[in-house]
Design a protein around this ligand. Sequence first.
Ligand code: SF4
Length: 238
Amino acid sequence: MNTNSAYNLKSKDAVKPIYSITPFTLLDYPDKTACIIWFAGCNMRCVYCYNPDIVLGKGQLTFENILSFLKKRKSLLDGVVLSGGECTMHPQIAHITKEIQHLGMKVKIDTNGSKPNVLKKLLDENLINYVALDFKALEQNYFKITKSSLFNQFKESLKLLIQSLIPFEVRTTIHSHLICKEDIQKMLNFLESQNYSGKYYLQEYVNNAKTIGNIKNSENKFIQDAIFKSKIEVVVRN
Ligand code: SF4
């Protein structure tokens, strides 16, 4: 069984933590022009993960490479998305977000929520401006999907974000062979029980992608017409 420490970063990965950059996106940071920094490595192995090369591969770029890129693009970018992989695993993350903010850009992190202590530091020191938190599954399905036992850490991260003033979203990737409609209803009930009141984004798994678990295709659009009972607004993203 994988644990919290199963995928520790080797020191050379910490020196070159970044796998690649997507120079421009209008889709990944709400209402902002942004670039995406893809961090190598992850402490989960989600079977539907679209980024096996990033999760299993080595970093290619130093943070100095990234800073130099950002300085040249400053006038075009409102924000920077730190994605991966899992950006909160990287020892330099607080330094990186601080430097990006010093350039005048907002920072969004995409996280699986497995590092609540790191998230707390980023929140306490105002080093991030937006968070997209992955809600992979409830505890009973967590290992099946992520091959990790990090549900309690996710739950702690959710609690920290609910208590914070920072804008954030909760999202789940839906694959029909892994999560059924009843599971989604239970996940909504869980979010309500935690006093989450934002939108809940459901992202349908895109078939025919190369994935970590080499999983079968998902049944097409199986949640499009689903009706859930919740005060939380459910938004289906294609
Ligand atoms: S989908 Fe899972 S394995 Fe892939 S980067 Fe996200 S948390 Fe890591």
